[in-house]
Design a protein around this ligand. Structure first.
Ligand code: PBG
Length: 320
């Protein structure tokens, strides 16, 4: 698992085998190599692909086979077994509670958190034709898009980003909704027809950010990862995740949140958090914006305020 001498240590990075997961892991390895050289640590890195149960049953609705936990369980087991030392996750797919003995070792700098439209004819949300067919399987996205454009036909679409973009052509969608971050990381920004502004669609908790899981007792890796942590991303994502945790929201509920640092004060940064809970039909969108210093407390306060306005009833109806 770890060698006595830094010079010899090979750090093994486990990844799922989707194009996005491989790209993200490769980009994190490049950064870690740069840091390791800069600091004279002499680590080398190796990538190991792990095929999870979630990847093997892509044809079944995720909620029917046990949700996103499926993707994570086997990766966490490989970490616990010492088969891999690091696992790179999209923050929005990272479970709320990690396995005992594991931790998030770093939250690197977030890229664009917004959702975007990939369309066949270069439309934005307002210029899409009446009744256009839009592919997304996220209740958060469909709820907010229906609220803005009740005429749109929102249809379920699954698969990796590459296959969703292919379905734009092969299944006759007018548009598909994707996270801008995934396309940016893949180098496919030119496929983005339009970003969906935050006043229309609040992103998923942690969207655009990564989390890097490691073992609590692996101090070498923890020290290395700490150098990749971005304080602003870390603190804003913590507020968003506290919001989600207070609402007890899984991945299949229309919940969104986005926090930013609005000013640096003598006693630390001041955060602003927007939280959203919507009904699946898009008729009700509850939103709340609050400011605060403590990220966990702020997330909890925004969630409690939405619960007081009826978010708990919406979530109970969905049956989360
Ligand atoms: N749900 C799948 C998923 N998980 C992470 C990303 C990429 C965006 C990110 O890192 O936040 C995507 C694709 C998407 O939502 O379009």
């Amino acid at each position: 698992m770890s060698n006595n001498s830094n010079e010899q240590r090979v750090i093994v990075v486990g990844t799922r085998q989707s194009a996005l997961a491989l790209t993200q892991s490769g980009q994190v390895i490049d950064e870690l190599k740069r840091i390791s050289e800069q600091q004279g640590l002499g680590y080398t890195f190796e990538i190991r692909k792990i095929i999870t149960k979630g990847d093997r049953i892509l044809d079944v609705t995720l909620s029917k086979v046990g949700g996103k936990g499926l993707f994570v369980k086997e990766i966490e087991q490989a970490l616990l077994d010492g088969e891999i030392d690091i696992a790179v996750h999209s923050m929005k797919d990272m479970p709320f509670e990690l396995h005992e003995g594991l931790m998030n070792g770093a939250t690197p700098k977030r890229v664009n958190p917004l959702d975007c439209l990939v369309t066949r004819n270069g439309h934005d949300l307002d210029s899409l034709p009446q009744g256009a067919r839009v592919g997304t399987s996220s209740l958060r996205r469909s709820s907010q898009l229906k609220n803005r454009r009740p005429d749109l036909q929102l249809e379920s679409i699954r698969g990796n980003i590459d296959s969703r973009m292919r379905k734009l052509e092969t299944e006759g969608f007018d548009a598909v909704v994707l996270a801008a971050a995934g396309l940016t990381r893949m180098g496919w920004e030119d496929r983005i027809s339009a970003l969906i502004p935050e006043d229309v669609c609040i992103p998923a908790v942690g969207q655009g950010a990564l989390g890097i899981e490691c073992r609590v007792n692996d101090s070498q890796v923890r020290e290395l990862l700490a150098l990749l942590n971005d304080r602003e991303t870390d603190i804003t994502v913590r507020a968003e995740r506290s919001f989600l945790g207070t609402l007890n929201g899984g991945c299949q509920v229309p919940i969104g949140a986005h926090a930013t640092i609005i000013s640096e004060e003598a006693d630390g940064p001041l955060l602003e958090l927007t939280g959203m809970v919507g009904s699946p039909d898009g008729e009700t969108l509850l939103k709340e914006i609050k400011r605060g210093k403590d990220p966990e407390e702020l997330g909890k306060k925004v969630a409690e305020s939405l619960i007081a306005s009826g978010a708990d009833r919406i979530l109970a109806e969905i049956g989360g």
